[in-house]
Design a protein around this ligand. Sequence first.
Ligand code: UDP
Ligand code: MG
Length: 341
Amino acid sequence: MIHMTPPPPASNSSEPLRISCVVPAYNESAHIASFLRDLQKTLEQITATYEIIVINDGSRDNTDAAVTSVAAECGVRYLGLSRNFGKEAALSAGIEYAQGDAVILIDADYQHPLALLPEMVKLWQSGYDMVYGVIADRGHESPFKRWGTSLFYGIMESGSSIKIPRNAGDFRLMDRRVVDALRQLPERNRFMKGLYAWVGFKSAALPFVPLDRATGESSFTFRSLGKLALAGVTAFTTLPLKVWSAVGGVISLISILYAIGIAVRTLIFGNPVPGWTTLTVGLMFFSGIQLFSIGVLGEYLGHVYEEVKRRPLFLVDQDLDHGRLNPPSSSTDQRWCNFPH
Ligand code: UDP
Ligand code: MG
C-alpha cells in the first residue's frame, strides 16, 4: 500500500459507521443482482448502517427489474435516470444522493474487488479522507490503450498544476468532507478523476488488480475514452491553447530565416523562378496548422458553451429508497437535478 501523506490521528470509532456505496449501472442486468448480494454481504461485515445507491443510467436491458427485485433485501436505494447520461453523471447523481459519512464508489461488474472494502474503511477510520484504488497492473490492456493512457497523463502532468494520480480510477472511498466539497463544484464537465484530485484532502492509495468483467463488454470504446480524455484535458489544462503561441513564434522565426536565405540566393544566383513545390507544400502545411489550432479553440469554446447553458447534469426519473442508514442524517438541502413530477 502506498501512503501519499503520513497517517493522521485516528478518528473517534465509538459511533456506528454510516456508509453509502454508489454503484453506477448501465446494461448490467446479467449479474447485478448477485453483485448487490455480494456487496451487501461485504458491507454487513463492516457495519449495519449502510445504503447501496444504484444509479440505473438509462440501461436498455432489464437492469431496473434486476435491481428492484433485490432492493429491499440488499438495502438498496434505486435511482433510475431518465436516460443514459454517462458514468460521470451517474456518479455525480450517487454522490448527490448519498447520505453516509463515507461514500464508496464501485463498478457494478465485479472488476473492483469487494475484498478491498474492509481495508478502505480501515484506512478511512485511521484518518484518511480519501482512499483510492490504483490499478497495479495494466498488463491485460492492449499496448495502444496503455500508450494512450500514458500520453494522457503526460499532457496532464505537463499542463496542469493539479496532480492527478496515475492509474487511479473511480474505485474509491471518500469522507463526507470530500463528498461535500465535490458537491460544491459547479461545473457541468464532470471529469471525476480530475475533480477528486482538485478537492485534495488527506489521501491514501491502495493498489489493486482489476478482475475480469463478470459478463458483457466495457461500455467505453476507444472513441468514448478519447472523448473523456479530451474532456479531462480541456477541463484541467490550457496547454493546448497556449502551445500555438510557441508554434507560431517558431514558424515566424523559420520564415524570417528562409526569407533571408532566398534574398541572399537571389542576389548571388539571380531568380530563375523556382519554388513551386515549396509554395504548395508550405500552403498546405500552414492551412493544416491553422485549421488544427482553430479546432483546439473550438474544443474549449464548446466546453464554455456547455457550461453557460447550465443544464442539469442528470434527471432522476425513479427514486426507491430501501437504504439502511439509521438514523438518517438531516436530508440534504437542494438537489441539483431532481426530475420535477
Ligand atoms: N456505466 C454507467 N454509464 C455508462 C457507462 C458505464 O453507469 O454510460 C457504468 C457501468 O455499468 C459500470 C461502470 O460504469 O458499472 C464502468 O463501466 P464499464 O465496465 O463499461 O467500463 P470500464 O470497466 O471499461 O471502465
Ligand atoms: Mg468495467
